[in-house]
Design a protein around this ligand. Structure first.
Ligand SMILES: Cc1ncc(COP(=O)(O)O)c(C=O)c1O
Length: 363
């Protein structure tokens, strides 16, 4: 199928661009931080096909954010999976243990003893080992214990729990990823590193080996990689990028990989009801607006002017005309939730669809 034959709205990924992003991060790490492991976040793409390309480029495993994603990735044969999140039910713990019983190395995060108990019971019932990381809140203000002392107390509970292996810390600073100024991102991660390092110290002093400190995303990974504290990076968005990440300013004096937009929503003009206005068939059910509007960087003189369920409105600058049937590429504001709205990712080379990958939403 050529791109011209693809019905819309459709989620597309330009494969050479995506593969170049994957290669760029791997070669950056090989050159600048060869001891740092890369565990890309699969919540970005929800695609075992893309996960396999990341693994082929040197990633040691993947992260998932939901137990459904873990189940899908384990069923697809992904060997090493971290649930970078907490669970709060025996059903979810059992599904993690089932993924481990099926052959994957499965890890999960905890920030309270009740989660440890659920994981331990499920691991024992299945006769498997689940690997556990204590999550430390390093400034993101989401999950995580707040002090090194709380981390060591929870790590001790994990270490004593049958069926579990204590692996270390998750120290992900989500808020820092989208701070616009590189100086702000650097300062936020410097603070995260201080907190993580102090927690590692007290955990180690308590006689518990802290083998892994995992975190980081596309906005800050170079800082964590150079920190001497983190052992593993969880970048997700770098495969696709999005309009929001494009708003991050870069420090031109530092050599970091530049990732390019590979993900677009292909949409068709269905109406041109008034001069200067066009209406397309991609709306709120085709793209997420939580991080701002899509970019029309590929179409000069066209501005996004709003969306409803199945429509988006475009304002056209003087001299720009669009006709019913014209097709445009929208660069989503936020890649992860946009992908989760679609059943398929169509991989293309700019002209022809070369692969059709299911979006494995899990449940
Ligand atoms: C725990 C965790 N790690 C890593 C990431 C990846 O971040 P990014 O997509 O910005 O690279 C996320 C994204 O929200 C996350 O929640």
């Amino acid at each position: 199928m050529t791109l011209a034959e693809v019905d819309t709205p459709a989620l597309l990924v330009e494969l050479p661009t995506m593969d170049a992003n994957i290669a760029r991060l791997s070669s950056y790490l090989a050159m600048h931080a060869p001891d740092i492991r890369l565990r890309p976040h699969a919540k970005t793409h929800k695609s075992p096909d893309i996960a396999r390309r990341q693994l082929a480029a040197g990633a040691i495993g993947i992260c998932c954010q939901t137990v459904g994603e873990v189940a899908v990735m384990a069923a697809a044969g992904i060997a090493d999976i971290l649930l970078s999140n907490q669970i709060a039910s025996s059903g979810k713990a059992q599904r993690l243990a089932a993924a481990a019983a099926a052959g994957s190395r499965v890890s999960a995060c905890v920030d309270n003893p009740a989660q440890v108990k659920l994981l331990s019971e499920a691991a024992q019932a299945r006769g498997v080992t689940l690997h556990v990381l204590v999550e430390l809140d390093v400034g993101g203000g989401r999950c995580g214990v707040n002090t090194g002392e709380a981390a060591v107390a929870l790590a001790a509970i994990v270490a004593e729990s049958p069926g579990l292996s204590f692996d270390g810390l998750q120290a992900y600073h989500g808020r820092a990823q989208h701070m616009r100024s590189p100086a702000d991102r650097k300062a936020a991660i410097a603070s995260a590193c201080g907190l993580a390092e102090a927690a590692v110290r007290v955990i180690t002093q308590a006689g518990l080996p802290c083998r892994s400190v995992t975190g980081a995303g596309t906005g800050t990974f170079a800082v964590e990689a150079a920190s001497g504290v983190y052992t593993e990076l969880q970048c997700g968005s770098y495969v696709f990028m999005d309009a929001d990440y494009a708003r991050n300013e870069q420090d031109e004096s530092v050599e970091t990989p530049v990732f390019e937009q590979s993900l677009t929503i292909l949409t068709t003009v269905i109406s041109t009801p008034a001069p200067g206005r066009a209406v397309c068939d991609a709306g709120l059910k085709a793209m997420s607006l939580d991080s701002g509007p899509p970019s029309l960087a590929r179409h000069a003189g066209v501005d996004f002017a709003g969306a409803s369920d199945e429509h988006c409105k475009l304002n056209l600058h003087p001299g720009i005309a669009l006709a019913s049937g014209d097709r445009l590429h929208l660069i989503p504001g936020h890649c992860d939730p946009t992908v989760a709205m679609h059943d398929w990712i169509l991989a293309h080379d700019g002209r022809v669809v070369t692969d059709v990958w299911p979006v494995a939403r899990g449940w």
